[in-house]
Design a protein around this ligand. Sequence first.
Ligand SMILES: Cc1cc2nc3c(=O)[nH]c(=O)nc-3n(C[C@H](O)[C@H](O)[C@H](O)COP(=O)(O)O)c2cc1C
Length: 176
Amino acid sequence: MDLLKAILWRRSIRRYKPEPVEQEKILELLKAAVWAPSAGNTQSWRFWVVKKPELKLELSRACNGQSHVREASHVILVGFNEDEARRAYGNRGVTLFAIQDTAAAIQNLILRATDLGLGTCWVGSFDEYKTRELLELPRNIKPVALVTVGYPAEKPESRRKDIKEVVRFTDDQTFI
Ligand SMILES: Cc1cc2nc3c(=O)[nH]c(=O)nc-3n(C[C@H](O)[C@H](O)[C@H](O)COP(=O)(O)O)c2cc1C
């Protein structure tokens, strides 16, 4: 799919068809994710891929009961290795850069999913403690977000603020 078309077509999908997503496609998403830029090429991101229904159900509970977390074919937790991030850039590496790096990886992942005809939803509302326990995350891993992945069963509307509301040109250029 053309890049702009994918950007405009993508929506947060919260209803999925029951068909599982093929493993090759999940790998394609992860390959796109790790080609995101990262500060100093640190690549401290880490991914946990969940497919087991029982674990998705537990994760859904850890996400305030969000039903798409259990109904999606896969749930991918994206986090980062705090030791690597700190080693590279100290506190700024952990509090700022690694968050941006993982966000860039997530955006790559969800756009590639759109390209492959898959639906995704970026999930930031989760109980960190419960999620850590369920996935047995090592202590040096900071979870940033979960992404639900599956074949979409809806095409929701979405809207954006007018670009004039959010952009300021600092010289005399104006919107045409
Ligand atoms: C950091 C972040 C956290 C989000 N957390 C959730 C979430 O917990 N649950 C959810 O259903 N959607 C979540 N979303 C999706 C947003 O609600 C969605 O992107 C926004 O409403 C715009 O809709 P669109 O993605 O369809 O354009 C999150 C998105 C981001 C970027």
